[in-house]
Design a protein around this ligand. Structure first.
Ligand code: NAD
Ligand code: UDP
Length: 334
């Protein structure tokens, strides 16, 4: 049985779908701090399968103990955490408290119940302001510029220390690049509350007329078209990366692993915008504005290790990401 913390969120819900499709027995714990209850039924509709759900806070030890006491949990995928970069700058204590507490509490309870297999949601942000534009796992970690990123850095360190103290653990840290897109059903996806900070949710709001105009942050970077380059990954590909990581966890006796999950292809903001327009046959209202503080010109994954050791690579295209994301927002609003 696999426990998925934060399984009602954007990446968690897509991963639960793929776990159920792969016949895993799943338990989800979520406190809906950044998701909605109806996601549970949507996952069941997509998969035609049922799973157990606990509403609760992963920071709460008693709740977690109940979950472990009443279920035979073989491994955990830990998504629960706060993720908004800007908000983390304004509310650092809230971010450190939630992201660190949830992880520490989870690891303590796992240890108590002798469940020592965990996949952790890390992020490309741990590379910090690296000079390189292609990030490989062997690179030294950097210092993220915001509290959110720092929580990921610290949690990676905690997991390393835990493994050093007890090498019977199996730990996999997945460093995600930029997840976008949705399940093809259009039932689940990324629809943040308030004005989105991330590119694709912002594009979607402009596309459906809820926001007037996308500002592209800077077209004077030293990149081919002057706009920033990122490595966008379809969320279903990302979810499948977790299935591969789990398979490896159950095949290996123990160990600690880090994998980049990205496509290996850099895409500029302008390329996303023009692809979105072409695939969805519409015109986006956009303008070029000044650079956003803290943005690096170009970031891309080297996903070689994930292919070599997990047999995983991105299968979906930028066209898929743009089409599926738009399909989701239209279904949401209908
Ligand atoms: P999300 O906010 O959509 O999902 C997180 C889920 O966890 C939500 O359903 C929320 O209600 C729940 N949650 C938060 N704190 C909790 C707690 N203490 N107890 C119980 N539930 C709690 O985020 P996401 O995009 O699905 O991201 C999942 C994970 O992946 C996060 O750890 C995030 O930092 C990491 N990550 C995300 C991205 C991205 O761009 N989306 C990139 C890199 C890493
Ligand atoms: N971006 C933009 N306009 C927006 C939001 C984002 O031009 O309204 C750009 C941003 O500068 C970056 C890219 O889109 O180059 C991806 O930004 P996002 O916040 O989605 O992810 P990040 O890589 O910054 O975590």
């Amino acid at each position: 049985m696999i426990l998925v913390t934060g399984g009602c969120g954007y990446i968690g819900s897509h991963t639960v779908v793929e776990l159920l499709k792969n016949n895993y027995e799943v338990i989800v714990i979520d406190n809906f701090s950044n998701s909605k209850r109806d996601v549970l039924d949507k996952i069941k509709t997509i998969t035609n399968k049922d799973f157990k759900f606990y509403e609760g806070n992963v920071c709460d030890k008693n709740t977690l103990k109940t979950v472990f006491e009443n279920n035979k949990i073989d491994g955990v995928i830990h998504f629960a955490g706060f993720k908004a970069v800007g908000e983390s700058v304004e509310k650092p204590l809230m971010y450190y408290r939630n992201n660190l507490d949830s992880t520490l509490t989870l690891l303590e309870v796992m240890s108590d119940y002798n469940c020592k297999k965990i996949v952790f949601s890390s992020s490309a942000t741990v590379y910090g302001e690296a000079k390189e534009t292609r990030f490989v796992e062997t690179m030294k970690k950097g210092i993220p510029s915001n509290p959110y990123g720092k929580t990921k850095n610290v949690i990676e360190d905690i997991l390393e220390d835990l493994y050093t103290s007890d090498p019977t653990w199996s730990i996999t840290m997945l460093r995600y690049f930029n997840p976008v897109g949705s399940h093809t059903s259009g039932l689940i996806g990324d629809d943040p509350s308030g004005i989105p900070n991330n590119l694709m949710p912002y594009i979607l709001r402009v596309a459906i007329g809820e926001l007037e105009c996308l500002t592209i942050f800077g077209n004077d970077y030293d990149t081919p078209d002057g706009t920033c380059i990122r490595d966008y990954i379809h969320v279903v590909d990302l979810a499948l990366g977790h299935i591969k990581a789990l398979e490896q966890l159950f095949n290996l006796e123990s160990g600690i692993k880090i994998y980049n999950l990205g496509s290996g292809r850099g895409i500029s903001v302008t390329e996303i915008v023009t692809t979105f327009e072409r695939v969805n046959n519409l015109k986006l209202n956009y303008k070029y504005g000044s650079r956003r503080k803290g943005d690096l010109p170009s970031i891309c994954a080297d996903p070689t290790l994930a292919l070599k050791e997990l047999g995983w690579k991105c299968e979906k295209t930028l066209d898929d990401m743009c089409r599926d994301a738009y399909n989701f927002i239209q279904k949401q609003r209908n």
